[in-house]
Design a protein around this ligand. Structure first.
Ligand code: PLP
Length: 421
């Protein structure tokens, strides 16, 4: 029964029922956390071999992996990920842990020194980025930290709202856009070929406009189907903008999130540019960890086989989240949510104006949720309705309890709002 269809008395009764359910929830004394999209320890155990198999250190491309040097990263590992990411090996760098640091650094280098095709360091003028929202909070944190103004644009099922994008890039201060092309954080959207092609051929007032193509979940399918990412490097080259895209990826959610390898792909000029700046900050990446990864993963197929084992752990958790949302919230039409085919999140939209209340209620019942608004630039969700659910980390039983509790909070907040209208 939807809340709109209830009489005043029925609504009061419904509210009282939700208040009782919430009081029971508080009594349960839970201590649960569904905030961050971290792999569970079961998932980390899949890569135990990285810690237990001895590394056969050797000279690769003229560099002893144990020594300084080899700024581009280990060829063996780059070959595996070049195949998975659909980029030429020569245009792919392997770095240290955390692709986020490559994103951060590439923007800092642009701010301080400018980029190929640009005429000045970005810091010399106002800098704005387009921020498809809901999106990844840490992308937004980089912008905020560096004083880059973010312009939210709506993230849709096939990518950002391109009409809004086209309007904004007429401003020469707009230098970049964040894109998570495959299984976006948090909605699980996949950027279509058409949207990718439009981004590649976009007429921008800034001649040094960049697409930050963060392909963090490129091989992170939750079903047997694989959503192939658009070939953004190829599309941009074909459109006459070879330097426009910078692609990022990592093994954080393939092997060990705390000890992985990051990747950056781009045009030959972008790669030379990035290396010229990183050469000042490091004498080379951790090639022993890269070698360990190459030996452990073996091949692109080895990565896909490992991802199938992640899927066996993750898919039942996502199924549980979706089942509880549908059973508990579906009949009342108080929320909508995404059904991702990959990635790490479910994006839940509750009744407008109640997301902060839901998060507060959950907190007071011992369930930690990502702060309302976290998936929006500056933490401001204009409709106060979005909540990001991260099913990966808790064991299934805890996740089930947390989701049942979350559903109770969503219903109570919706009932409170309806009753006060
Ligand atoms: N990009 C996206 C879209 C993410 O969701 C995450 C982690 O949640 C990252 C990047 C972090 O990647 P890394 O561990 O390689 O820094």
């Amino acid at each position: 029964m939807t809340l709109d269809s209830l009489s005043r008395d029925q609504l009061d009764a419904f509210l009282a029922e939700q208040q009782q359910a919430y009081a029971d929830l508080q009594q349960a004394g839970l201590k649960l956390d569904i905030t961050r999209g971290k792999p569970s320890s079961d998932q980390l155990d899949l890569s135990e071999g990285l810690l237990t198999t001895p590394v056969e250190a050797h000279v690769s491309g003229g560099v002893d992996v144990r020594n300084y040097g080899g700024g581009t990263g280990l060829t063996e590992l780059r070959e595996i990920f070049a195949e998975l990411l659909g980029v030429p090996v020569g245009q792919l760098l392997a770095g240290n842990n955390a692709s986020l640091s490559m994103m951060h650094d590439s923007i800092v280098f642009a701010m301080l020194h400018g980029v190929p095709g640009g005429s000045a360091p970005w810091k010399d003028g106002p800098v704005k980025f387009l921020a498809p929202a809901p999106g990844y909070d840490r992308h937004f944190a980089i912008c905020e930290h560096l004083g880059i103004e973010m312009i939210p644009v709506e993230m849709r099922e096939d990518g950002p709202d391109m009409e809004a994008v086209r309007a904004h890039v007429a401003d020469p201060a707009v230098k970049g856009i964040w894109i998570v092309p495959t299984y976006s954080n948090p909605t699980g959207a996949v950027v279509s070929e058409q949207v990718a092609a439009e981004l590649a051929s976009l007429e921008t007032a800034a001649d040094d406009f960049r697409i930050y193509w963060d392909n963090a979940y490129a091989v992170h399918d939750l079903t047997e189907e694989h959503a192939k990412s658009a070939d953004i490097l190829g599309l941009c080259s074909a459109a006459g903008h070879p330097d426009r895209p910078l692609m990022f990826a990592s093994t954080s959610k393939i092997t060990l999130a705390g000890s992985g390898v990051s990747f950056l792909a781009g045009s030959p000029d972008n790669i030379a540019w990035y290396l010229s700046h990183t050469a000042i900050r490091t004498i080379g990446p951790d090639k022993v960890n890269q070698l360990r990864h190459a030996q452990f993963l073996g091949s692109a197929q080895g990565v896909l086989d490992l991802m199938a084992r992640h899927r066996e752990i993750l898919a039942p958790k996502f199924d549980t989240v979706l089942r509880i949302l549908s059973e508990r919230l579906g009949p009342h039409e108080v929320a909508t949510w995404t059904t991702p085919k990959g990635g790490y999140f479910v994006s839940l939209d509750v009744v407008d104006g109640t997301a902060s209340r839901v998060v507060q209620l959950a907190k007071e019942a011992g369930i930690s949720l990502t702060p309302a608004g976290a998936s929006f630039p500056y933490g401001k969700d204009p409709r106060d309705r979005n909540i990001r659910i991260a099913p990966s980390f808790p064991p299934l039983q805890e996740l089930t309890l947390a989701m049942e509790g979350l559903a109770t909070c969503v219903l109570l907040a919706a009932a409170e709002k309806a009753a006060s209208a």
